[in-house]
Design a protein around this ligand. Structure first.
Ligand code: GN1
Ligand code: MG
Length: 349
């Protein structure tokens, strides 16, 4: 079906002029819809293999956007489907949704400390706003940021060795390195089982380019709401730093350039702690752990996907997931070496 017909399933205004690819997500396909009316739109094909319960996915998004709007915050506006009134449309095979395109907005793949401070405040405030949401949200991908599960998935991938990549010496070396830290990195699940760590509604994909800025660097709103779900606050804190504190992209092959920038960490932590006024001492104390956990978890996920033969993340060339893995492993080690400094900084705030 052509995109024009898909868009016209939704209550859009004005004739549609054009539909063009937008953004750089690794999971869904995104397009900008140009119209002759007052608004342009964003059309997205939801990756149904990954988000298997689209009804639940859109339920979470509908509840959260309504709650934020009620509180006077800025958020995305999804259009109802003309036939069903739901915020998605399906032909039985593919799933689509449409939201209003936010004009004069900018996304960045790298940020300076000033923008990181604003992002910290915005994500902290975002979580604070959701702390009293009356609705029940489900896990759109069950155990999405559960490190124990991700570690098990890596072990399963290694055991199956579906495409014979375990014979590569580098793969063996990376595996050995990652396994050394497995227990330490599964701390969050242990704290949760001991009743010391709560789950809260988190964004769970706080990479730096999931935030819209205006031309002066103010945050307009948080986007990519697919993974909104109950999780540990570590998710949002850690995943932002994973992308923002690294001076290079997550798939940059020159790993000598990978680093964990403390100026970005400090600015983000300061903003986050000002916005997230609800944190318990255990959550606060473990923010440096979160900064290590997310590069680690992402390394494990990219690595497992490489071993599985690239079935999850979109890749642009055959070694892409291995290159991503090397980058994230380097970032993990850089972050780990800065834990004492991170702890001292958090304690000083
Ligand atoms: C995926 O599709 P995108 O780029 O928003 C992934 C995140 C990863 C990220 C790595 C549902 O996000 O968890 O951190 O790639 N989303 C899902 O770039 O798996
Ligand atoms: Mg995403």
């Amino acid at each position: 079906m052509n995109p024009f017909e898909i868009v016209s399933q939704f209550a859009v205004q004005g004739p549609i002029l054009d539909v063009k690819p937008l953004g750089s997500g690794l999971i869904n396909d995104t397009f900008r819809v140009y119209t002759d009316g007052p608004e342009d739109y964003v059309l997205q094909r939801i990756n149904h293999a990954i988000f298997q319960d689209v009804e639940l996915l859109q339920h979470n998004i509908d509840c959260v956007t309504a709650h934020i709007r009620k509180k006077g915050g800025n958020t995305l506006t999804f259009l109802p489907c003309k036939a069903t009134g739901k915020t998605y449309w399906t032909d039985g095979e593919t799933f689509w949704r449409v939201s209003v395109f936010i004009r004069d907005s900018y996304t960045y793949d790298t940020v300076n400390p000033e923008y990181s401070y604003c992002a910290g405040k915005a994500f902290g405030a975002f979580e604070a706003m959701l702390s009293d949401i009356p609705d029940t949200l489900g896990e759109t991908i069950p155990d999405f940021h559960n490190m124990e599960l991700r570690a098990r998935q890596l072990r399963d991938a290694v055991r199956a060795d579906a495409v014979g990549r375990m014979k590569e010496p580098e793969v063996q070396a990376i595996l050995k390195d990652l396994l050394q830290y497995e227990e330490e990195m599964c701390k969050a699940e242990r704290l949760y089982r001991e009743g010391k760590l709560p789950k809260r509604i988190c964004h769970c994909d706080t990479k730096v380019n999931n935030m819209l800025f205006d031309k002066d660097g103010n945050i307009l709103c948080v986007i990519d709401l697919d993974t909104l779900m109950p999780s540990f606050v570590f998710s949002d804190f850690g995943d932002f730093l994973r992308t923002a504190a690294n001076p290079v992209a997550e798939d940059d092959p020159v790993i000598e350039k990978v680093d964990f920038r403390m100026d970005i960490f400090e600015a983000f932590a300061k903003g986050y702690l000002e916005g997230a006024t609800f944190l318990t001492p255990v959550e606060r104390e473990n923010l440096p752990y979160a900064a290590c956990l997310f590069p680690y978890m992402q390394a494990v996920r990219f690595f497992a996907d490489y071993i599985n033969g690239d079935t999850y993340y979109k890749i642009k060339y055959p070694e892409h997931n291995l290159v991503r893995t090397r980058n994230q492993v380097a970032l993990f080690h850089a972050a780990l070496s800065r834990v004492p400094q991170m702890k001292a900084y958090i304690a000083s705030l």
